[in-house]
Design a protein around this ligand. Structure first.
Ligand code: GDP
Length: 311
């Protein structure tokens, strides 16, 4: 069994690559839920949905988020009547959020609903939320724009403010009291290999590590943990990972990622563009593997999957 720690789109690409070169039913993804939000009364799990859609082959590769072939009838009508439209929800995507919200209201756990949605989409990989308990990422802005609060919910920062604002600090509300979802700790303890996907270290991997028990479980399996750097040549391929690392006092480089992950990951895969950083990473007692890590299509994602499996 392989276990992967996953955020959204970067993780979804590597998981698709791994599922192409490894039995997907022998793959478990532990997915960040710190980005979750309730909007229009609907429970939305952006990272779980990105991973599910990608593994089902339903991801929209043009937008980089949402569902392929999406239509926008509800959103257009919502706009016409003055509803909240800054977080775009397509018609196809809405079915997922309706299903999840209904099942949660019936008393199902998030783990159960996540498994039901994966099964309905014929995803063979086991998808686990990091926790069934609510954990919410909050972002304190260094310089709040006029009209914005000093602290905003993650999607306010990420989508409404387009992460184009400086961040002073991050906190994961509810994390200290959250329990890992059923199966998370067992999966990490028994996996042949634990893969940390190329996801935002601060706001995608950070919340998973903040769930009590997860970090200790990873430290105990350090030799089996292989991480892929989401930072290439000092920059994120998309999103605010580079900026957030700098703003929170880390280095925005594969070496900065290595310093954060060294306590619990024995191996780091870095991009060929960063080959010169390998000796400094190995000084942290990490094994460093240099490989092409930009997943621009299924073939490059599968090739990176092979690198991770062979690490
Ligand atoms: P989200 O999809 O916005 O929730 O973000 P993720 O947590 O998945 O992380 C996005 C991070 O993944 C960014 O730092 C990107 O640089 C990184 N990323 C995205 N695609 C790739 C890729 O093909 N290769 C590598 N190495 N990193 C990637």
């Amino acid at each position: 069994m392989l276990v992967a720690l996953a955020g959204g789109v970067g993780a979804a690409k590597l998981l698709s690559g791994l599922a192409a070169v490894h039995d997907p039913s022998e793959l478990t993804a532990v997915v960040n839920t710190g980005d979750d939000l309730v909007l229009h009364g609907l429970h939305i799990c952006p990272d779980i949905d990105s991973v599910t859609y990608a593994l089902a082959g339903l991801d929209n590769k043009t937008t980089g988020w949402g569902v392929v072939g999406e239509t926008w009838t509800v959103a257009e009508n919502l706009r016409a009547i003055g509803g909240v439209t800054w977080f775009q929800l397509g018609d196809r995507d809405l079915a997922t959020h309706l299903f999840r919200t209904q099942r949660l209201s019936e008393g199902a756990t998030l783990s159960e609903v996540t498994a039901e949605l994966a099964r309905a989409r014929e995803v063979a990989t086991r998808l686990l939320p990091m926790s069934d308990d609510p954990v919410r990422t909050w972002v304190t802005l260094a310089d709040p724009p006029p009209g914005a609060a000093g602290e905003v919910a993650f999607q306010d920062y990420f989508v409404r403010l387009a992460h184009d604002v400086a961040v002073a600090s991050i906190r994961f509300e509810g994390a200290a009291a959250a329990a890992p979802a059923p199966g998370v700790l067992d999966a990490i303890a028994s996996a042949e290999r634990v893969v940390c996907c190329p996801s935002n270290p601060v706001v995608s991997i950070g919340p998973i590590l903040a769930v009590p028990g997860v970090l200790d479980a990873l430290v105990a399996r350090r030799d089996a943990v292989v991480a892929v750097s989401p930072i290439i040549a000092g920059a994120a391929l998309k999103g605010p990972a580079d900026r957030l690392l700098r703003e929170l006092g880390h280095e925005s480089s594969a070496l900065g990622v290595a310093r954060l992950y060294a306590p619990w990951a024995a191996t780091l895969v870095i991009d060929e563009a960063d080959a010169a950083l390998a000796p400094a990473i190995e000084d942290l007692e990490m094994r460093c593997i240099v490989a092409p890590t930009v997943m621009s299509d299924p073939a490059t994602a599968a090739a990176l999957g092979e690198v991770v499996l062979g690490a």
